[in-house]
Design a protein around this ligand. Structure first.
Ligand SMILES: Nc1nc2c(c(=O)[nH]1)N[C@H]1C(S)=C(S)[C@@H](COP(=O)(O)O)O[C@H]1N2
Ligand SMILES: [Mo]
Length: 382
């Protein structure tokens, strides 16, 4: 075959292979996971189907996964070390046993990908088209990052901590490196988690992953190998231009203005309807509307639900956990009076008085979607 035909043949085969991968949409099996919605299978970008969201703690086998680069090959827990260096008086190499000897703390916190809900932006933005399920709530256990930094004698003039994980850059994608301001690093709820819901975190960053309660998932570095105290914020793609949000909103569809982009810290107030599902059918009989709501570093104060497209609103019942960082479940018992198509809405308010907007600010990367949630359900005579 001439070279150009050979190339064409190779290209056709590659497209066919890509199609085959897409076609197996349904159950790609990931060890230790129930079937999840597969956006990518290598590296794994897996979304939680709404039907698994019926508990306050999201089980590990149902928890969403976001990897930018292939995850590291099997890590030997006995050999694993976390380097602590930079602006510290006692640079150290901590084993898992060292981390286990420190006081252990448990923090329930909601982990959400910055791009969760990207699919709802109009006009569409490139990137993984996450729907409602790039989020989960877990109880994380491990030593405080602040305790580890204090033990290493962190310098009073250190302003940021850089965190690296065992995964490394590949081809066009650079290493996943992040930093956060020292205040958040020293916060008592910021942990080096060794356990997720009392189990090994496995695909969620085994053997040690950062949890940054109330901040978006990008900061929650997995497979930690190094902590470096620094004077400056880190550079690198995942700090700039990656994961930045415009300081001033621009008309939908506008290009980013680089000088106006800021690192994302914290999360807005948000609620998500999990049942009934959008486009589903229900019998003309009492039913329960369900969902969850969370608000970054604040707690959820209330959730209001409408069953008539927003004409009238009723307060939903909330689960008892009125905590910063963690979500609350909500329910509303509803008895539709007639068959027909109903638009259900949910709107959360947090303890700081922030309210979920009808229209979240469009931004070129499709981050931080938090619009009032909306689903349609057709009620039919039993
Ligand atoms: N080392 C490493 N840590 C990482 C990432 C990554 O690609 N590599 N992805 C981040 C992003 S963007 C998110 S949303 C969360 C997802 O965590 P999960 O896979 O445990 O759900 O991990 C964060 N930590
Ligand atoms: Mo993310």
């Amino acid at each position: 075959m001439p070279a150009n035909r050979r190339e064409l043949f190779a290209a056709v085969m590659a497209v066919a292979a890509a199609r085959r991968m897409k076609a197996q949409d349904g159950p790609v099996t990931i060890p230790g996971k129930r079937p999840l919605i597969v956006h990518n299978d290598r590296p794994e970008d897996l979304e939680t189907p709404l039907k698994y969201f019926d508990t306050w703690v999201t089980p590990n086998d149902a928890f969403f996964v976001r990897q930018h680069i292939p995850r590291p090959a099997a890590i030997d827990p006995a050999a694993h070390r976390v380097q602590v260096n930079g602006m510290v008086s006692k640079p150290s190499q901590l084993s898992l046993a060292d981390l286990e000897k420190l006081p252990q703390h448990t923090v329930p916190a909601t982990l959400e990908c910055t791009g969760n809900g990207r699919a709802f932006y109009s006009p569409k933005v490139p990137g993984i088209q996450w729907g409602r399920g790039a989020v989960g709530n877990a109880e994380w256990t491990g030593p405080r990052l602040g305790d580890v930094l204090k033990l290493a004698g962190v310098d009073a003039s250190a302003r940021h901590v850089e965190i690296d994980g065992a995964d490394t850059g590949i081809a066009q994608t650079p290493d996943f490196l992040r930093s956060m301001p020292i205040e958040k690093a020293m916060h008592p709820a910021t942990l080096l988690a060794l356990k997720m819901n009392d189990e090994s975190p496995q695909i969620h960053g085994f053997p040690v992953r950062l949890i940054v309660p109330g901040w978006d998932g990008t900061s929650w570095v997995k497979w930690i190998t190094r902590l470096t105290a620094r004077a400056e914020m880190s550079g690198g793609f995942f700090m700039n231009p990656g994961y930045r949000y415009p300081k001033y909103a621009r008309p939908p569809g506008s290009a980013a203005v680089p000088a106006e982009l800021e690192v994302i810290e914290g999360m807005p107030v948000k609620s998500t309807l999990t049942a009934p599902e959008d486009g589903s059918k229900a019998a003309l009989a009492p039913l329960v509307i369900r969902g969850f709501a969370w608000a970054g570093e604040n707690a959820i104060e209330r959730v209001d639900v409408s069953t008539d497209g927003g004409a009238r609103w009723q307060p939903a019942q909330l689960s008892p956990q009125k905590l910063p960082f963690a979500w609350r479940l909500f329910t509303l018992n509803w008895t539709p009076q007639a068959p027909g198509y109903y638009t259900l809405l949910s709107r959360a308010t947090d303890t700081a008085g922030r309210v979920q907007p009808i229209v979240p600010a469009w931004n070129p990367s499709g981050y931080l979607w938090n619009g009032i949630d909306r689903v349609g359900v057709t009620v039919e005579k039993a």
